[in-house]
Design a binder for this molecule. Structure first.
Ligand code: UT7
Length: 322
């Protein structure tokens, strides 16, 4: 059986930077509150030309270039803000990348989308169905925010991130060693955009906070057990970037020092399905990791959905999307 190995990473961000000071000028909030309660300093907002598919295409292009390849046998776009209700965004992104004819589909798992898509691509490679895959997480949730809702407006930002995977062996840097995915539809109303004209993104922040910490730390333990690793052997935790307090709580419950948790949300906020691949790209840009380091990914999001992945750090170079 083949092992799926990450060989390339890429990210893409909209040009418009929205700082906490910008938000405090238009709603009842302060830079001090946002920094203290979330850790976020600024985020990016997509304009009319920066659709989910545009950002996804750029991130995908950069991940392929980072791997030194120009094609992939499968394209998965994790998004809950597709360009259209139908068709899916992935076929268009694949065509933009010159990959017409390749299998391409979307995965809708909100903030857990990238973990879902990466695990799905790994299954496809492990089964021998394909020898390579491009996995992209892309979301433009700021278009769906209620501009008067200060609890969601301060958190979310737009962006895309991508990873290229190919068949390889477990000893190679970038190898995926274990994954776990979960969902509980009883929590569907915790994070939702109801159908109907003028519907906005709604989130029950406090309840989501509590469930996110329990679910992410639980799935980290599952992949640690599957990979045969201990928490002490983990070099880096790259968790969904929703709130600095959540990152610290997850690290603490999982027994991983908070200093090992990658932090990227200060500059981009919560970019939903893009958050983990953007944080990975940022870690690579900053030279935070060494190939072969033991890395855990984890996310929690609407559905509710959650999961985790245990992998080693790939040997790659990336373009800084900032
Ligand atoms: O990506 C999918 C997963 N999503 C998440 O993981 C998000 C999880 N939730 C959170 O990150 C946090 O719950 C929030 C950041 C959304 C809210 O932070 P919190 O610490 O849970 O605040 P809270 O809702 O308990 O509100 C505390 C106080 C309230 O005032 P009172 O009732 O104590 O007077 C709020 O009205 O803070 C007030 N508040 C604000 N004040 C200034 C809420 N939002 C703001 C704001 N600026 N933006």
């Amino acid at each position: 059986m083949s092992t799926a190995v990450v060989r390339g990473l890429g990210g893409a961000l909209p040009g418009k930077v929205v700082t906490n000071h910008h938000l405090s000028a238009v709603m009842d909030t302060t830079d001090e509150w946002i920094r203290r309660r979330t850790g976020i300093v600024e985020r990016r907002h997509a304009d009319e030309t920066e659709s989910t598919s545009v950002l996804a295409t750029l991130a995908g292009e950069r991940a392929l270039a980072s791997a030194g390849v120009d094609s992939a046998g499968l394209v998965i776009v994790a998004t809950s803000t597709p360009d259209k209700v139908c068709p899916a965004t992935a076929p268009k992104v694949a065509a933009n990348l010159g990959l017409n004819g390749v299998a391409a589909f979307d995965i809708s798992a909100v903030c857990s989308g990238f973990v879902y898509a990466l695990a799905t691509a790994a299954w496809a490679i492990e089964s021998g169905s394909t020898s390579s895959a491009l996995v992209i997480g892309a979301d433009t949730f700021t278009r769906l925010l209620d501009p008067t809702d200060r609890t969601t407006s301060v958190i979310f930002g737009d962006g895309a991130g991508a990873a290229y995977l190919a068949a390889g062996t477990p000893d190679q840097p970038g190898a995926i060693h274990a994954s776990t995915l979960h969902a509980d539809g009883d929590g569907e109303s915790l994070i939702q955009v109801p159908r109907g004209a003028g519907s906005f993104f709604e989130m029950q922040g406090k309840e989501v906070f509590t469930q996110a910490v329990t679910a992410m730390s639980g799935s980290l333990q599952t992949v640690l057990d599957s990979a045969g690793w201990t928490a002490a052997e983990v070099d880096s935790l790259i968790a969904h970037q929703a709130n600095l307090r959540i990152l610290n709580a997850v690290a603490s419950v999982a027994g991983i020092p908070a200093a090992k948790a990658e932090v990227h949300l200060d500059r981009v906020g919560n970019t939903s399905a893009a958050s983990i691949p953007l944080a990975m790209t940022d870690a690579a840009t900053k030279g935070h990791r060494t190939p072969g380091d033991r890395v855990l990914l984890t996310a929690f999001g609407g559905g509710t959905t959650w999961g985790a992945i245990a992998m080693t750090w790939p040997s790659i170079s990336v373009v800084d999307p900032h």
